[in-house]
Design a protein around this ligand. Sequence first.
Ligand code: NAP
Length: 305
Amino acid sequence: MKAIVVTDQAAGTAGMTLVERPEPPAAINDVIVEVHASGFVPTETEWPSTWTDRRDRDRTPSIPGHEMAGVVTALGYGTTGLSVGQRVFGLTDWHRDGTLAEYVAVEARNLAPLPGDVDFTVGASLPISGLTAWQGLFDHGRLRAGQSVLVHGAAGAVGSMVTQLAREFGAYVIGTGRAGDRQKALDFGAQEFVDLGNDALEDVGGVDLVFDVIGGDIQRRSAGLIRPGGTLVTVVGPPEARPADGLAVDFVVEADRAQLGEVVQRVRDGRLRTNIGYIATLDDAVAALNPTERRKGKTIIRVRP
Ligand SMILES: NC(=O)c1ccc[n+]([C@@H]2O[C@H](COP(=O)([O-])OP(=O)(O)OC[C@H]3O[C@@H](n4cnc5c(N)ncnc54)[C@H](OP(=O)(O)O)[C@@H]3O)[C@@H](O)[C@H]2O)c1
């Protein structure tokens, strides 16, 4: 099969190459999915799991990409809930070969059915950003209607999902980002926007929840805005700051079939919009994932036309 591999951590995405690889076998509890579309998070080459297995052994050349939509072609022993020929989408294991390939082996529990009226390209754009937003707001942030949420990077892949879900659940949303992101963040439903380059973050006043995708100084200053009992949720590593009277939580997104179902149902009925900025074929993926200019929205690799 055709696959994109990385071999050199220092080279990052610039070290990606398109190669021929054997198709993966289905281990116990796995399904094999014929990948139709794959997502990729630009920071993947910084994650240790891209380079090593769970016992920290080198697993290069490794195939990156951990979200996809496709069709089940084989079932390993012990899989439940899926069948050959079924359309699926989901999040694949961090420490195994990923989805920038024509086939991927993935545990069945990491996948959900993809409804027939949802395009594979859309399906591949949802697992990481949708599940991260859902789990950050509801599982870790314990969001309640009427609360206020400061959503960093609100025009980005995760932030745009956080903004829309928080609004749907009755929160007041203040989005942040760069000056040029203002209209996009407002279009996704932010009620206010803070341009982090020019506006004073501190003017926001108190908020109940901060959803951080940036870290560093932005995260530290945001922690100071959190009201008593509030929460800082971050997805960029261990918290560098804590609210004076509240929780600081960092987490790594997990596959969840029921939550994937919640997300895709919202896309079908119009409550959630995807944030796809660019689509390329697998043959053009290396260039597409190494853009020479700043791109807005997610890049999706359409593995099968
Ligand atoms: N822990 C987890 O489970 C998990 C899951 C998903 C994502 N993540 C992490 O979350 C981060 C965001 O992912 P994503 O896919 O949403 O990325 P993304 O689509 O690039 O969104 C990030 C947004 O934040 C903006 N931004 C970043 N730094 C900024 C700054 N200093 N000032 C103003 N705006 C800034 C970006 O603008 P520019 O594009 O102009 O920089 C972009 O609009 C990544 O580090 C990713 O690895 C973690």
